[in-house]
Write a protein that binds this ligand. Structure first.
Ligand SMILES: Cc1ncc(COP(=O)(O)O)c(C=O)c1O
Length: 345
């Protein structure tokens, strides 16, 4: 197996098709912008975009570890002595890594912080993943997974790292890059109709970085990347301001469970800083309101995490000072990503 095989999405999903790009005119009208476009990652296999990263990085790691040359060879080698993939997760990344293990007939162990719902843990277990509960926050789960890898218990498939050049995190972000590849074919080609703004939610910042890099040259020349985070877990905003990762203390509790992260991923921070990304925080009531606002204006069913980009746009569009700061006006074309569907709530 080689990277060419893994770069082909049809090899990851035999029934692969791009997720739709929705045009939401009622939302654009409500928010006083020209257009709101929303990439519907709720339609991705497993119901969220994280499938792209964990599956790609998990399979690449297994291929490297076993020396397999193609998918059949990988399954054959994994069957003989099943390697184990290890990861920390708020739910979605663990599901994706477990899917990689299942695809290759390997094993997966997922470290989940206590706050992650039983339903999300159950989805991982149902796919064959071993779930280990960890007291504390997502960042504590990250440390637990890292420690297990250090003890030689498996291959670590992290979606975040303090090493800017971490090859596995690079594979995860490369997997998310498929969203940008699809968008390049789906977005309007006329320069003035291309997005002038990307409002993208962040946990550790991997998705935002993958979009910033992958859409470079496809957006309007003056386009802005605006990273949206819960006020209680704004690790990307903090890191952009300090120009280095800063670990936030506390429980980081938020209704946007998937965004409950206290430490930015260093590779993502480097990319976001390079693209001069801005950051915006939203309150819990804004996050809670986002799924319904999305539904009422023609969008898909989602969660506070999945609709957090809209929560940020809503806040910015409604506040004259923020409109000015982020250069939002009646000509703006805004791209959102609905990062997950409603199912796993
Ligand atoms: C549904 C959803 N949205 C957004 C994110 C944030 O992605 P990142 O941690 O790469 O910033 C996650 C991460 O798990 C997620 O599951």
């Amino acid at each position: 197996m080689n990277d060419h095989w893994l770069d082909d999405p049809a090899a990851l999903w035999p029934d692969y098709r791009p997720t739709p790009l929705l045009d939401l005119p009622a939302l654009a009208h409500r928010l006083g912008v020209a257009r709101v476009l929303a990439k519907a990652e709720n339609e991705r296999p497993l119901g969220n975009f994280k499938a792209l990263g964990g599956l790609t990085a998990g399979l690449r790691a297994l291929a490297r570890a076993t020396g397999a040359t193609d998918p059949d060879d990988l399954r054959r080698r994994c069957r003989q002595a099943p390697p184990r993939l290890l990861c920390a997760s708020d739910g979605n990344h663990g599901l994706a890594v477990t899917a990689a293990a299942q695809r290759a007939q390997a094993r997966a162990r997922v470290y989940l912080p206590a706050a992650v719902s039983a339903a999300r843990a159950q989805r991982i277990a149902a796919l064959g993943g071993e779930v280990v509960r960890v007291g504390g926050s997502y960042d504590d789960a990250v440390l637990a997974a890292r420690a297990a890898a250090g003890r030689g218990e498996g291959l670590l498939i992290a979606d975040t790292s303090d090493d800017r050049d971490d090859p596995v995190v690079a594979d995860v972000m490369a997997g998310y890059g498929l969203i940008a590849r699809e968008l390049r074919a789906q977005l309007p080609t006329e320069a003035r109709d291309r997005p002038s703004h990307v409002f993208v939610q962040a946990g550790v910042g991997g998705l935002a970085a993958a979009l910033a890099d992958g859409l470079h040259g496809t957006l309007q020349a003056t386009a802005r990347i605006v990273v949206v985070e819960p006020a209680s877990a704004a690790c990307v905003m903090r890191a952009l301001a300090a120009a280095r990762p800063v670990r936030l203390p506390g429980e980081l509790a938020t209704v946007a469970e998937m965004l409950s992260c206290g430490l930015v991923s260093s590779p993502a921070l480097a990319v976001l800083a390079r693209h001069r990304a801005a950051a915006l925080t939203v309150d819990e009531d804004e996050l809670l309101a986002a799924p319904q606002r999305l539904r009422e204006h023609g969008g898909p069913a989602s969660t506070p995490s999945g609709g957090a980009g809209l929560a940020g746009l809503w806040r910015a569009a409604a506040d004259p000072a923020l409109r000015e700061r982020h250069a939002l006006d009646a000509h703006s074309v805004v791209l959102l990503t609905i990062t997950e569907g409603a199912a796993p709530a």
